[in-house]
Design a protein around this ligand. Structure first.
Ligand code: G3H
Ligand code: 13P
Ligand code: ZN
Length: 289
């Protein structure tokens, strides 16, 4: 059943576990995430970026997710979220289609601009008792593509805990994406995340904390992040890798893969499902649906 992202995350916070927010781009990935959630009885967030809205059609991908959940997993709480919304216009468009959770990513803006733009999005999403969850980001989570050769100056990306408190007070966001040494993609992340910073942020704010770039946050790291207050991990690269590696194995193998796309893509879908299930176990949300 489609439920509010805020509700999923507040339950996770109260229960001391985290949920996964998995990016989808197509039918196969969506079905894999929905089936993984159903088989493990996990609450889950399925998220879409602006690029995917352009690729698949915003209304189309939204309806694929909604129909998949309603038909295949009506008993599982699933939230549908816009990931990394970069403008007020994309938020408006997503809300018009039916999204009830959005991220406004002003993390690369000057602080005052991030505050004013995020507040504009919150005012729009919360207006007239509107119940649309808004995620903001403070500090910034770097991308692999930005740093192919460079040594990352992690301090330049980190979330300032006191500023996080101020940001929440000024904007009214429902959830906060933090930067504590995490990065998008398989990347040489900061060797040790800044645990003290995460602890400080958690002690100063009440709202759920989201950690982007969690594809390579495995056992010890994810568990410690949950203990220190992370309630949601964003995963994209790991899912895409499972999909692409499976296709690559099929096409490089000795067996003729044939022309039945359902069989070829079906194998990729299975691999994605298994990768998502492993993440759900790691995040501690199995059985929480
Ligand atoms: O954090 C962003 C995601 O990894 C997806 O990026 O859909 O804009 O390529 P994209
Ligand atoms: P990864 O690409 O590292 O999985 O990060 C995903 C993400 O943060 C989506 O918002
Ligand atoms: Zn992200």
């Amino acid at each position: 059943m489609i439920v509010s992202v805020k509700e999923i995350l507040e339950k996770a916070k109260a229960g001391g576990y985290a949920v996964g927010a998995f990016n989808t781009t197509n039918l196969e990935t969506t079905r894999a995430i929905v089936e993984a959630a159903k088989e493990t009885k996990s609450p889950v967030i399925i998220q879409v970026t602006e690029k995917t809205m352009e690729y698949a059609g915003g209304r189309m991908i939204f309806n694929i997710i909604k129909n998949d959940v309603e038909f295949y997993a009506p008993e599982i709480p699933v939230g549908i979220h816009l990931d990394h919304g970069a403008s007020f216009e994309i938020v408006e468009r997503a809300v018009e289609i039916g999204w009830d959770s959005v991220m406004y990513d002003g993390s690369r803006k000057e602080y005052a601009d991030n505050v004013s733009m995020t507040k504009k999005v919150v005012d729009f999403c919360h207006k007239n008792g509107g119940n649309i969850t808004v995620q903001g980001e403070l500090g910034s989570v770097p991308y692999l593509s930005e740093h192919k050769l460079a040594v990352v100056d992690w301090d330049a990306y980190m979330t300032d805990p006191e500023q996080a408190k101020d940001f929440i007070e000024k904007t009214g966001i429902d959830t906060l994406a933090v930067a504590i040494g995490n990065a998008h993609g398989f990347f040489t992340e900061r060797e040790v995340p800044d645990w003290a910073r995460l602890e400080k942020i958690r002690s100063l704010i009440e709202i759920p904390i989201v950690l982007h770039g969690a594809s390579d946050w495995e056992d010890g790291k994810a568990t410690k992040a949950i203990e220190l207050g992370v309630n949601c991990f964003n995963v994209d690269t790991n899912t895409r890798l499972a999909f692409v590696n499976t296709l690559s194995t099929i096409f490089k193998g000795d067996k003729d893969p044939g022309l039945d796309l359902r069989s070829i893509l079906g194998e990729a879908r299975e691999a994605v499902k298994e990768s998502v299930k492993r993440k759900m176990e790691l995040f501690g949300c199995v059985g929480k649906a």
